[in-house]
Design a protein around this ligand. Structure first.
Ligand SMILES: [Zn+2]
Ligand SMILES: [Zn+2]
Length: 365
């Protein structure tokens, strides 16, 4: 029975939305390039910048000769070990040979070989003495190595401490950089957001509404894409704290708007019938009536194909009326009678009725 929106007006509205989206897109590109070019945002601190290079080099210069000494001692120790192994192996073989020889001699009871016994025993003693001396050398080398390690330990601790301080300085610089980057973004996004909200509250109904909506879309993009991901990432409480604050502010604004909306609706319903009818936009009236809802209180009027009531049973708004010329029964919002074409009472009493044929388009925007 009622078409919710007419062809040409739908086209105009689509065009206006296209302008809004295109406007937002270009603004987003400009904003993104602008932010990317801000000098402080593109230069992050590097870890290498914060290593105390000079102090570390000084420690390294003291460490290196000591490490070289340790290395040489180690080599000496290894050579010594190899020599001891050879000596011990020889000793073992000589001792075995001596035992065999002595056993043979006891069996044959040759007593004239005493000088040879003594000589071989002396030889074994000398071999043992050689091993003892090598063991002594080894002990001394190990002692020196331990002393050197004792001198190396504080230097190594100093080195680790210097590295640790460098890392701490880097972490601090990184945090500071994150904060500065965030504050710069905030300084950019906050005025944009404030201006967008201001425009939206004051100008969204005007002729320039596609630009207002475009700017609002741009500011929302800037907020969610250029600002929120750059909330300083350290300490989850900061991120969630800011989130909670924003939710609080946004939620408060939304609740205030909802209360104002409710008050507006209530005052609308208390206004005189003619004023109420004139406040309802033509397009909106057609849409709500097509859904079989009251254009003012938005409650259901009737179901299915049942005839539309003359008045809203919930808020008392006039819904249907009779043509004053031919008495045809039709919705009060129609600007012309569908039977005789006479301009409706509501239509002729509207201030912009003089616009004649263009009158319905005044309801746009
Ligand atoms: Zn109603
Ligand atoms: Zn008529």
């Amino acid at each position: 029975m009622l078409s919710p929106s007419r062809g040409p007006e739908r086209l105009v509205r689509a065009g206006q939305w296209a302008i809004a989206v295109l406007f937002a897109w270009f603004l987003i590109q400009v904003g993104a390039s602008l932010i990317a070019d801000l000098p402080l945002l593109s230069r992050a601190p590097q870890a290498a910048q914060f290593r105390p290079v000079v102090a570390l080099q000084a420690v390294q210069n003291r460490l290196e000769p000591l490490q070289e000494q340790v290395r040489r001692l180690q080599e000496q120790l290894e050579a010594l070990n190899r020599r001891r192994e050879v000596v011990q192996e020889t000793l073992r073989r000589e001792r075995q040979s001596f035992e065999t020889w002595r056993a043979t001699r006891a069996a044959t009871a040759q007593s004239d070989q005493n000088p040879e016994v003594l000589q071989r025993a002396r030889q074994l003693d000398a071999r043992l003495e050689q091993d003892r001396l090598l063991a002594e050398d080894q002990r001394q080398l190990e002692q020196r190595q331990q002393q050197l390690q004792g001198r190396l330990a504080p230097l190594r601790r100093q080195q680790a401490e210097l590295e640790r301080r460098g890392e701490q300085a880097y972490a601090r610089a990184l945090r500071r950089h994150e904060w500065i980057a965030f504050l710069i973004r905030l300084g950019f996004v906050l005025p944009v957001l404030a201006l967008a909200l201001h425009l939206f509250r004051r100008r969204r109904g005007g002729e320039q509404w596609p630009f207002v909506w475009g700017f609002l879309l741009f500011s929302l993009y800037a907020f969610f894409v250029e600002l929120v991901p750059y909330l300083p990432s350290f300490g989850a409480y900061i991120r969630y704290g800011i989130g909670a604050l924003l939710t609080y502010l946004g939620g408060r604004a939304l609740m205030r708007w909802l209360r104002a909306y409710l008050r507006r609706k209530q005052s609308e319903q208390q206004a005189p019938q003619q004023d109420r009818l004139q406040q309802i936009r033509y397009e909106r009236a057609l849409q709500t009536l097509a859904r079989r809802q009251c254009p003012s209180c938005e409650r259901f009027l009737c179901s299915g194909e049942a005839p539309m009531p003359d008045f809203c049973m919930h808020c008392g708004l006039r819904i249907q009326t009779h043509c004053r010329v031919c008495d045809h029964h039709q919705p009060v919002f129609y600007p012309y009678c569908s039977a005789c074409g006479a301009a409706s009472e509501l239509h002729t009493s509207q201030p912009d009725a003089a616009a004649g044929e263009d009158a319905p388009s005044a309801a746009l925007g």
